[in-house]
Ligand binder design. Structure first.
Ligand code: GLN
Length: 192
């Protein structure tokens, strides 16, 4: 767990339910001992700034480029984006997924909402999805697999779950629902 900021504890709980052993990462040398990394929800500009201050941005980019599996939820999805549609001035991401992400994309009126998302790679019916000032994926490069979209309403069709190789990202927060299937998918990716 990248533990600079955000909903770290909820993810650790979900990871443990999914059969993984979790530890908190705050320093570059701590990256050496992990098989996979989750980037939590929170606030992406703050997370990026803290990652820079803690000397983690470059090591994270290098480890991810070298194949470290990673899963980002919400702000964590933003951190894994190669491009932001409307990043804050100077906002830094780690990158890794060939996609453009729009922050706070669902706008003010629906800043937070819940729904269900049919997610490729997750069996047993749609995933309960909690969106909190969530981003969406505006566009993806050829190597990115779209795993889930909004199914109805004004924003129907918007991309909210993607995978590129060993990198996974969702706009929503499976760690808040008690449904551990997305964490299990990630744990399987790490094992694979
Ligand atoms: N809106 C936040 C951001 O831009 C993300 C919100 C979240 O992680 N729940 O960083």
């Amino acid at each position: 767990m990248l533990a600079l900021q955000g909903d770290v504890r909820e993810h650790i709980h979900a990871l443990e339910q999914a059969g993984a052993r979790a530890r908190r990462i705050r320093r570059p040398d701590e990256l050496d001992s992990i098989d996979g990394l989750i980037l939590p929800g929170g606030e992406s500009t703050t997370m990026g700034r803290l990652a820079a201050v803690f000397g983690l941005l470059t090591p994270l980019r290098e480890r991810i480029a070298a194949g470290l599996p990673a899963y980002g939820t919400c702000a964590g999805m933003i951190m894994l984006a190669d491009r932001l549609a409307d990043g804050a001035p100077g906002q830094q991401t780690i990158g890794g997924i060939d996609m453009t992400v729009r922050r706070n994309a669902f706008g003010r009126q629906v800043a937070s909402f819940e729904g269900t998302v049919e997610m490729t790679g997750v069996d047993g019916g749609p995933v309960e999805a909690v969106f909190i000032r969530a981003p969406w994926v505006e566009s993806t490069g050829p190597g990115v697999q779209v795993l889930g979209r909004i199914s109805r309403g004004d924003t129907a069709g918007r991309i909210v779950a993607v995978r590129q190789g060993r990198l996974l990202a969702t706009s929503f927060h499976p760690e808040l629902t008690g449904d551990t299937r997305v964490h299990r998918l990630f744990v399987d990716m790490v094992k694979g």
